[in-house]
Design a protein around this ligand. Structure first.
Ligand code: ATP
Length: 140
């Protein structure tokens, strides 16, 4: 059965998640408040819509309640990311994954009910460092 996802924020991180989920055949609702971003994803996601995710009524109208897993990929605007996450938890979304911008943001997101908090730049930096170390060990 196809699982349903929503990706809020179609920057490099959210856009890449949206693209990959769609490529894997998942149903993806792509949301951004920037029309150009939404147009970029019209032919990639199942649905691409312009909406401000800090507006609870708009999210309700989009039927976000019926979605299995919502990914919040708003980076720079921490306030919008937090408010969106609060709205999603209030609406009873079961799985919420949120991109954190820094450690304080991450702490708040965990407190307000995000199920998974990711910090892509930091996590990728750690992974690459480990991979560099293990490759060096193999080289000797
Ligand atoms: P990346 O590094 O992944 O490109 P970023 O950390 O620079 O992303 P932003 O550019 O701040 O992240 O935000 C990602 C996207 O989220 C942008 O396309 C922006 O238009 C969108 N966005 C920001 N606020 C909202 C909002 N309130 N509702 C919907 N989309 C939003």
């Amino acid at each position: 059965m196809k699982r349903e996802f929503a990706v809020i924020g179609l920057g490099r991180f959210g856009g890449s998640i949206c693209q990959e989920l769609s490529r894997e055949g998942m149903e993806v609702l792509a949301i951004d408040n920037d029309e150009d971003k939404v147009n970029e994803f019209k032919n990639i996601a199942s649905h691409a819509v312009i909406a401000d995710s800090t507006d609870e009524a708009s999210l309700k109208e989009l039927g976000i309640k019926n979605i299995d897993h919502v990914i919040v990929a708003i980076g720079d605007n921490i306030q919008a990311s937090i408010l969106t996450t609060v709205i999603l938890t209030d609406l009873g979304i079961k799985k919420i994954t949120v991109k954190a911008q820094n450690d304080y943001h991450e702490k708040i997101l965990n407190r307000i009910g995000a199920n998974t908090v990711v910090h892509p730049e930091r996590d990728m930096g750690k992974r690459i460092a480990h991979s560099i170390i293990s490759n060096n060990i193999l080289d000797y």
